[in-house]
Design a protein. Structure first.
Length: 231
């Protein structure tokens, strides 16, 4: 059994429930379809990483469970548990460590073109005896990946989740508690309409073909929106 686990946090791609910050730039149905593409691209990229057990933690009720079960061979599918993002992540790490994994990293689905090499680098850093935590800084002030080799519950408490201070607060907590942390290269999330115009998302080599195809089919309308809405 591999000792490394990659946890993916995901939601069922339902209109009005995912990527709501992209509305009205996209319709609720289109935003849900984009999320579906981003999720599948993320999953495909994660599946290609060797010697890593995949665990998908979904948010939602029975319907979400039915949607995600059978999404991929050998992928463990479990519901998220907790009252906020910090508690849900802590419980996911707790589950993974309880199953015997020794190096655990968690990602979301907001960075479909995140290089797989960054995830592999996270596990390489966790193999260093001097590193206890690995953060992947996001350009919006959060983080796209967190890697641990034992649970540090303090990293999930008293953090202003979904804010531009998440990474800074998390690093400060790690320093305060003597948790040695390493950083990965920065990357970005796809959260806002401006993010949809990033040229990287249309790069044929970005490893996110479904997201790329979705955006390519709408590139003129998106560009037109920004040109007509500019002062």
């Amino acid at each position: 059994m591999t000792k490394r686990a990659l946890l993916i946090f995901a939601k069922e791609p339902m209109a009005g429930m995912v990527k709501t910050r992209l509305v009205p730039f996209l319709s609720p149905d289109a935003a849900a379809e984009l999320y579906r593409c981003m999720f599948l691209d993320t999953l495909a990229k994660a599946t290609a990483i060797k010697d890593v057990a995949l665990h998908l933690f979904y948010q939602g009720g029975v319907g979400a469970g039915h949607y995600f079960r059978g999404v991929g061979e050998g992928i463990t599918v479990l519901p998220q548990a907790g009252n906020d993002l910090g508690e849900r992540m802590q419980n996911a790490f707790l589950e993974a460590f309880g199953r015997g994994y020794r190096q655990v990293a968690i990602i979301g689905t907001d960075s479909p073109d995140l290089p797989a090499a960054y995830v592999e680098e996270a596990f390489a850093k966790l193999a260093d005896e001097h590193v206890q935590a690995v953060f992947g800084p996001s350009l919006d002030g959060g983080y796209y990946l967190l890697g641990l080799k034992q649970l540090h519950g303090e990293l999930f408490r008293n953090i202003a989740w979904s804010s531009s201070t998440v990474l800074g607060e998390s690093l400060a907590a790690a320093e305060r508690l003597g948790i040695s942390a390493a950083l990965l290269p920065p990357w970005y999330d796809v959260d806002t309409a401006a993010d949809l115009l990033r040229p990287e998302l249309l790069d044929p080599e970005n490893g996110a073909p479904l997201t790329r195809s979705f955006l390519a089919s709408r590139s003129l309308s998106l560009s037109g929106h920004f040109s007509t809405s500019s002062p």
